[in-house]
Design a protein around this ligand. Structure first.
Ligand code: DQA
Length: 149
């Protein structure tokens, strides 16, 4: 069975109460539960981790090598600043889908730049928590080798 790490970065532990008009009213626990359940229907083992610390996120990406076949990453604000997270994704060579709840391209200009995008196989944003489920679908396609080149 293929295994996927769902990694959430800073402030995403506050989902449900943090700017619900932007990020929705579901808590992170609810989002993670939906991911695990959708993973089950796709035949994927899903592990969920959240951290507010860039170094912990780096450690999680490094530790994913040999343990997980894919990563779904919402790096929060580190998306727009972290060359280190981009380098980590390049280093482990694990297919990574970048996810954002909000449409970062329709927001402030500083959110339009994503370092993660350079290393990710694709980006999904603007669909709320459904984006995580879409990312699992994308990885499933990738694992079965039938994704478009
Ligand atoms: C976010 C978008 C980021 O710009 C922001 O800093 C976040 C959440 C999103 O999911 O929409 O923390 O990654």
């Amino acid at each position: 069975m293929k295994s996927v790490l769902i990694l959430n970065g800073p402030n995403l532990n506050l989902l449900g109460t943090r700017q619900p008009e932007v990020y929705g009213s579901e808590t992170l626990a609810m989002v993670e539960e939906r991911c695990r359940s959708h993973g089950e229907t796709l035949g994927l083992a899903v592990t969920c981790v959240q951290s507010n610390h860039e170094g912990v996120l780096l450690d999680q990406i490094h530790a994913a090598k040999g343990r997980h076949h894919g990563i779904v990453l919402n790096a929060g604000a580190y998306t727009h600043t972290s060359v280190a997270l981009m380098d980590a994704i390049y280093s482990v060579e694990i297919p990574t889908v970048e996810v954002h709840l909000s449409n970062i391209h329709s927001r402030e200009s500083f959110r339009h730049t994503s370092y993660i995008s350079r290393a990710a196989i694709g980006q999904i944003c603007g669909f709320g928590s459904f984006g995580y489920l879409m990312a699992l679908e994308a990885l499933k396609q990738r694992f079965s080798g039938s994704e478009p080149e």
